[in-house]
Write a protein that binds this ligand. Structure first.
Ligand code: SF4
Length: 266
């Protein structure tokens, strides 16, 4: 991983040199005075260089990364698996909302960066905050069983939350916190490009569907988020409290399996 971190630092330096050379040559796409986007690129480069080694995913295509930086168009999203590394780098040591104060770890996401199926929960709990990975406590173990029941492995799907830092006392995230953090969920979805998203629980379902219907009525009804099918269902933590709801959740997951199969992605 040290090698990877070094590779990233070298790559960031190379990109900077390349962009400066293009700017000196007056080529389209790079201005001498940094644009707001140019400043964002520089910030991302700095964040990549500062990333801990364990947060760095392998770079399989540095040329594509350079291209993604050099292209002067929004959004700042690259292609292929290292895209999530850049989104994580842009997040950096995030202080964009008040949840930063009480967290131990930013819980970004885990799994296959090119997954067909993505699970989105609400936010980290105590176990997740401690370990820096989503869904690792009792609810996470149940989620893993649910994924396995779908004939998938946990590392075949992508798992994340709307909110990346633990709200104190596991309270619901507040609107300003969602507003600050949601852009990064959007970028994760844009990079992973799942064929189907499962929204786990009321909070994620409301954010992804834009509806405020109680989860008991929203679940099982296919919605869409930016053109991607979203299946709202119960959060595993809720299923641990009320096992009688597991039958409905399994029904929802079977609908997702059928949909993926219909898409040729199951
Ligand atoms: S919850 Fe999101 S926006 Fe707020 S500090 Fe954490 S990462 Fe940043």
């Amino acid at each position: 991983m040290e090698d990877l971190a070094g590779e990233l630092r070298a790559l960031a330096a190379g990109i900077r040199t390349h962009l400066e050379a293009r700017a000196r040559a007056g080529l389209v796409g790079v201005s001498r005075a940094p644009s707001p986007r140019g400043q964002r690129v520089e910030q991302v480069q700095a964040n990549v260089a500062a990333l801990p080694a364990e947060a760095v995913q392998p770079l399989t295509d540095p040329a594509a990364l350079e291209e993604s930086f050099a292209a002067d168009s929004e959004p700042i999203l690259p292609h292929a698996g290292h895209g999530l590394t850049l989104v994580r780098a842009e997040l950096g040591d995030c202080q964009r909302c008040k949840l930063a104060k009480g967290r131990r770890h930013i819980v970004f996401g885990t799994g296959n960066p090119e997954a067909h199926l993505m699970f989105v929960g609400e936010g980290p709990g105590a176990d997740e905050d401690m370990q820096g990975e989503p869904f690792v406590g009792a609810a996470g173990q149940l989620l893993t069983k649910m994924i396995q029941a779908m004939q998938l492995a946990r590392d075949e799907v992508y798992i994340c939350n709307v909110i990346k830092c633990r709200p104190p006392g596991n309270r619901d995230p507040e609107p300003d916190e969602v507003a600050a953090c949601e852009p990064f969920l959007k970028k994760q979805i844009a990079v992973v490009q799942p064929r189907v998203i499962v929204a786990l629980g009321k909070f994620a379902a409301h954010v992804l569907t834009g509806e405020r219907t109680p989860i008991t009525r929203l679940r099982g009804n296919l919605k869409h988020y930016q053109g991607i099918p979203v299946m709202p269902t119960y959060h595993p933590a809720y299923l641990l409290r009320d096992e009688s709801r597991k039958r409905e959740a399994w029904h929802d997951l079977k609908e997702v399996m059928a949909l993926l199969k219909h898409m040729g992605a199951g």
